[in-house]
Ligand binder design. Structure first.
Ligand code: FNR
Length: 402
């Protein structure tokens, strides 16, 4: 028996129970504050939140072809339910990077969350910790990684947290960020490969809206001793110089596969490469000694006209087999999407925009609502389709249209 087959040491959580909680609250006269169909959140956010922030979150590269491709790629697959299989007891837990999680979902790294809600990343982090699920904290967070770790520990000491690296040009700053993350209990490193340059994003361009240039989403850099060492004056005395320093070191488009050795040398835990879309790149990740990949096109925010992430997933999962842990994001909006991604070869999915909208609309409670809806729907979809555990899902559970 491998670690990933080991039985769940803690009682499985009944995610579907959220459904009856909602109906029972209804008897007491309360209905959910946010939609339970998570695909509607964007529409509600567009109505209620400011045009700059909502444009930044909903926006995409170019005219949005890749965002649409992500949805189309998932929608092309259909679930083929099976009957009479005793699904009364289910266990959604999965083993990921040596830790058992209660469900195959983590919050994707989403930067600058303070534009959505003043409670920002700590609120999202508390929501994840309250559900026992990991948050992947973005390097571009509006709150320092230490503060976010503290927020999670306040809910559950040692709550599972992972760190996403926008790999800076500056080696000292890179090492400093990694050291701080490890010290604050972030266990898995996610290295984003698809954002060496910011893509052409018309919704942001039309509003000339980029929060980083106002010093928002730069907390990890501005608080970093190695970053500060490169400034003539403290950040608060010359914000423009600090922003310029940040912009110059944010990413290094000259990086190649050989550079991964540097990260290996400075990070003891698992490393996951985020933004892989070609089977050959996935194989290179395995050859480079990486532990996992996220099949992702950054939610259609980087290359307009790129392949839908779910179209890339089966070929990649097949190519890497057991060599890497394959995760998936880009387009997950409901329990059926989680089901499909797992059936196509992902071990777990990352949830992106829906939780950012949940945060914007209702703070920590909004993020918890989103997570609980997603997992209740996934649990029910799993059961109604004849399965009881994520590990049972294979492409046999699906059929492809067109
Ligand atoms: C992101 N994403 C992202 N990814 C990353 O590695 N670091 C980051 O800081 C961010 N920031 C970010 C901000 C916003 C507003 C969005 C919407 C996305 C990408 C994110 O991790 C994930 O790949 C996508 O959100 C997945 O697409 P969907 O499912 O949200 O459409």
């Amino acid at each position: 028996m491998t670690a990933s087959d080991a039985p769940n040491p803690v009682p499985a959580k009944d995610w579907s129970a959220f459904q009856y909680e909602i109906y029972l609250n209804g008897i007491a006269g309360t209905v959910p504050r946010l939609p339970t169909d998570l695909s509607r959140l964007e529409q509600v956010a567009e109505r209620r939140l400011g045009p700059g922030p909502v444009g930044y979150v909903a926006g995409a590269a170019g005219d949005g072809k890749t965002v649409r491709a992500n949805r189309e790629a998932l929608d092309r697959w259909r679930i083929v339910p099976r009957m009479l299989r005793d699904v009364h007891q289910r266990d959604l837990s999965v083993e990921l990077f040596g830790t058992r999680l209660p469900a195959p979902v983590a919050l994707a790294p989403v930067g600058v969350l303070s534009i959505m809600h003043p409670d920002a990343e700590p609120a999202a982090a508390r929501a994840a910790a309250a559900q026992g699920l990991p948050l992947i904290l973005s390097t571009a967070s509006s709150t320092t990684l230490e503060q976010v770790a503290e927020a999670m520990d306040g809910v559950a000491a040692g709550a599972e947290r992972w760190f996403q690296l926008y790999w800076p040009k500056d080696r000292e700053v890179t090492v400093s960020l990694l050291t701080r993350a490890a010290k604050s209990g972030y266990r898995v490193l996610f290295v984003t490969l698809d954002t060496w340059l910011l893509a052409w994003r018309p919704r942001d361009l039309d509003q000339a809206y980029l929060p980083f240039l106002r010093g928002v989403g730069t907390a990890n850099y501005f608080s970093d001793p190695a970053f500060q060492a490169g400034l003539a004056k403290p950040v608060h005395e010359d914000l423009n110089a600090a922003v310029l320093h940040f912009a110059q070191m944010f990413a290094d488009p000259a990086k190649t596969w050989a550079d991964l050795e540097f990260l290996r040398a400075h990070w003891d835990g698992p490393i996951v490469l985020k933004g892989v879309l070609h089977p050959d790149d996935a194989l290179r990740a395995a050859d480079a000694g990486m532990d996992g990949i996220v099949v992702s096109n950054h939610g259609g925010r980087q290359v307009n006209g790129a392949i839908g992430a779910a179209d890339a997933l089966p070929g990649i999962a097949q190519a890497v087999g057991d060599r890497l842990t394959v995760l998936f994001d880009s387009g997950v909006r409901g329990g059926d999407d989680v089901f499909k991604a797992l059936a196509l070869g992902a071990k777990a999915v990352l949830l992106g925009r829906p939780y950012a909208y949940g945060l914007g609309l209702d703070g920590q409670a909004g993020v918890e609502h989103v997570l609980r809806c997603l997992l209740a729907e996934f649990d029910l979809t799993l059961a109604l389709s004849g399965y009881t555990e994520p590990g049972q899902l294979t492409a046999d559970a699906l059929t492809r249209e067109r």
